[in-house]
Design a protein around this ligand. Structure first.
Ligand code: UDP
Length: 424
């Protein structure tokens, strides 16, 4: 087994007073990376001292933690805890030696998601306080797995000063001393969300529209499509990691029923670049197989894009441009801790049709700032999307309410303040 490494994405500056050090396992490709990137940049720009360390770990570790991810959503097989738990502990036991020299006794350590929770006991002995930020979870426990999960992490949870979580209900059954609600947020000025003109959107997306191709590499990523996206065609978009819980398959299953001129774009990170999500490659492959099996007239209206993160800014601009180009943004997740892609689309005034699960109903007031459908309900999904596509005024009204809701609740200043309170 290869040894873990620690990479400092943002090394915390020295000086008096508490520093907040974030630790996670991915610098790109998902919501946690997005949040930590934005909050540390925001803090540093305002003279607060924050740091960000990413743990690179061997494949076996991430295979186990992806299984944990599903257990946190109440799905999967708890026997994996016995099968892979020792690997998890062995890898994390080697991390303190890599981090120790950079953590001071008055630092505040924030461990993100289950990948790093196993560092809690060490961090509690080393830093002034340690928090575990749990970004995932579900209110249900369909496979009855959560009890075993909380047993596995009992000692780690008892070491943290508090758990930060999107919905307190995600922690039902766990023994934790304190819980603080900290909901995600977006940075309105970051390349992911900053205003783009129609020309800038078109220019950014041009490379993806220039080819009819099967996995062609273009500036910004790879694209699979029978024909390029027509300039004025109605477009429905889902952006997400290639993960079975994100419901890409559900979007494809419904495509034939959407208004017949509609094109569907499925976009996600290039899975080869997201090391802590080892299911991504197989999931993208499954999506492409599902596309190939569609009848030709439907397949011509589907575009699959894997966005590279080698150039972070280009990646963010591509997501931004896709979200702005979309007439309707969808998120058919089966489970969703919060769903930043929903927030990002709402901020851009897009009408969103998304699953009534996890943190999504927290963001969308059904019929006012978006439309909610039950996970897996194809009929309700198709009706909602077609209704929006047919009614420009409805799209504008819902989009305006969506933007105003995000501006009120989910901007980075609020999240930075939530983290700042941990210093006192
Ligand atoms: N994202 C990205 N590039 C991509 C695909 C996704 O930057 O190619 C971002 C997306 O814009 C969002 C985050 O990844 O900010 C996904 O967060 P979300 O909460 O929706 O889901 P998670 O991946 O954390 O489950």
């Amino acid at each position: 087994m290869t040894a873990p490494h620690v990479r400092w994405i943002r090394r915390p500056a020295d000086g008096a007073g508490a520093r907040v050090i974030h630790v996670n396992t991915s610098a790109r490709g998902g919501g946690v990376a997005e949040i930590v990137e934005n909050v540390t940049r925001h803090d540093i720009a305002r003279g607060r001292r924050s740091g960000w360390a990413v743990i690179d770990a061997p494949d076996e570790f991430f295979a186990f933690t992806k299984g944990l991810h599903h257990l946190f959503h109440g799905r999967g097989d708890p026997h994996l805890l016995a099968a892979g738990g020792a690997t998890y502990r062995q890898v994390l036991d080697r991390v303190p030696a890599l981090l120790e020299a950079d953590i001071r006794a008055d630092d505040i350590v924030v461990l993100h998601d289950p990948q790093t929770l196993g560092l809690a006991r060490w961090a509690a002995g080393r830093a002034r306080r340690v928090y575990w930020h749990c970004h995932i979870g579900s209110l249900q426990d369909p496979d009855g797995v959560k009890g075993a999960l909380w047993d596995f992490f009992a000692d780690d949870l008892s070491a943290v000063d508090a758990v930060l979580v999107t919905e307190p209900g995600y922690l039902v059954g766990a023994t934790v001393a304190r819980v603080r609600i900290v909901r995600p947020a977006i940075d309105p000025e970051a390349p992911k969300n900053a205003t783009m003109s129609d020309d800038e959107v078109a220019r950014c997306l041009r490379p993806f529209g220039a080819v009819a191709a099967d996995g062609a590499v273009v500036p910004g990523g790879r694209v699979w499509q029978d024909v390029p996206l027509p300039e004025h065609a109605p477009m429905v978009l889902q952006v997400s990691r290639w993960d079975p819980l994100k419901g890409m398959a559900d979007v494809l299953r419904s495509t034939a029923e959407l208004e017949p001129r509609t094109h569907v774009v499925l976009a996600g990170p290039d899975p080869a670049e997201v090391l802590d999500d080892p299911e991504g490659i197989a999931q993208l492959r499954a999506t492409l197989q599902q596309v190939r099996a569609l009848p030709a007239p439907v397949r011509r209206r589907v575009h699959v894009i894997a966005l590279s993160s080698h150039d972070r800014e280009l990646n963010a601009l591509c997501v931004n441009a896709l979200q702005r180009r979309a007439d309707v943004v969808v998120q058919r997740s089966l489970e969703e801790g919060f769903g930043l892609t929903v927030t990002e689309a709402m901020f851009k005034g897009r009408p969103v049709v998304a699953s009534h699960t996890g943190g999504i109903p927290r963001q969308i007031d059904h019929g006012v700032s978006g439309l909610l459908v039950h996970p897996g309900d194809d009929r309700a999904f198709v009706t909602a999307v077609n209704e929006l596509l047919a009614d420009e005024q409805m799209r504008m009204d819902i989009g305006a309410a969506a933007e105003s809701s995000v501006r009120g609740h989910y901007l980075i200043d609020r999240l930075a303040t939530d983290y700042d309170l941990l210093r006192h």
